[in-house]
Ligand binder design. Sequence first.
Ligand code: PHE
Length: 473
Amino acid sequence: MSENRSSFSGRIGFVLAAAGSAVGLGNLWRFPYLAAQYGGGIFVLCYIILALTFGFALMTTEIAIGRKTGLSCIGAYKKLSSKFSFLGYIAWVVPIIILPYYSVIGGWVCKYVAVYLTGQHNAAAEATFFKNFAMNPTSWVEPTGWFLLFLALTAAAVLLGVEKGVERVSKIMMPILIVLMVAISIFVLTLKHEVLDSNGNPTGEVRTALQGLRYYLVPDLSGFTFKTAVKTVCAAMSQLFYSMSLAMGIMITYGSYTKKDTDLVKSVNQIELFDTGVALLAGLMIIPSMFAFKGAEGLAANGPSLMFISLPEVFAQMPLGRFVGLVFFVLVFFAAITSSISLMETIVSMVMDRTRLGRTAACIIIFLVCLAVGIPSALGYGVWDGVRLLGLQFLDFFDFISNSVIMPIVALLTCILIGWIIGTKTITDEVCRNGEKFGRKALYEFMVKYLAPIFLVVILVFSVLSAFKIIEV
Ligand code: PHE
């Protein structure tokens, strides 16, 4: 199998492909709303520290496992240790849980592309617009329709095997997205808003986006207790897994396609930098302006709808706002679909490896499974609002199960396997096979053997206890 595996053309090709999978809705949609919910600067600080330690250790491990074994996740774990082959299966379940609800959010993005195309941008700037569409208690047509469209586009791309083409598109789109995000962020920082009282009358007080920038970047430790600290770290950790496509076998697969002479240390650094940079920029676009419009409490109250509520408001105040909004949502669509294609491709190729099914049959089956699993998420905020799992709406439930339960389990067992059973040397040797300098080698070994396992156990226990309301959060 490993002989006829195709490889990336070089290090840059590999970095861009991995970044194409990593950069997606996690950075643009999930990071800003979590940062808003968990106190701004303190969340951002936790995230950066975790990215430089955990993110780096886990990504290095996964890519090195992939390149060493030349196999994707199920085969790779089996080759490392037959006792751990079950881990590959657990990792493989994660994309199946994520893809359906990812497509629901992707559907929201499609809706906003259509909104800006058809000139409804002023209506979209109203706070109720998003609620009327995605959280409508009586209509199921729109929420499921857009979800279906996004999922069908993803399935069509995987069916036609156009990943290479999409990758080429994303190479052009990514730089444009970044330039546009920088420009929007600069504009946003000039905004200010007069605070209104509860009757909607001006109070004379003006809140600026620059104050929001402070909220976003400067950690505020007042009122920071042990409980909030654990909560913030848990949220940042789940975001790290999600955003960097870790603990679900994807980076193992990417690693298996890299050439033996590719410098892994440099590649990991660049992927991390890229992914974290886009997330930070997304926060910069969204949080300061929302802070100016709504204040800290209003900002935190929006949850997953934050991006869809805040940006149309910003675009409405911008010169050429309709055009900027359209270009922006088209680019977000591309970032999202490159990620969803990589999710579906992973599931489909695994089904093809394990069964006798061809690509078409595997695609159709996975499409139907995702459809069935995704519909509750699409309707969970609206028609099925009354139904809760562990007190969560469907979408939040799937998000919680994958990011806060299964991924920490996969990451924990991977650390135990590498740190305590086969030894970190297997990985560090693979990383340094061409004599590369592994600058953070000591940190790497310490993370994988000690710090990461202890931390992951704490996070897992905390997440599960709080989900079952055994401890109060
Ligand atoms: N990392 C992607 C994002 O940030 C999501 C994703 C997860 C994509 C897993 C592929 C695999 O949006």
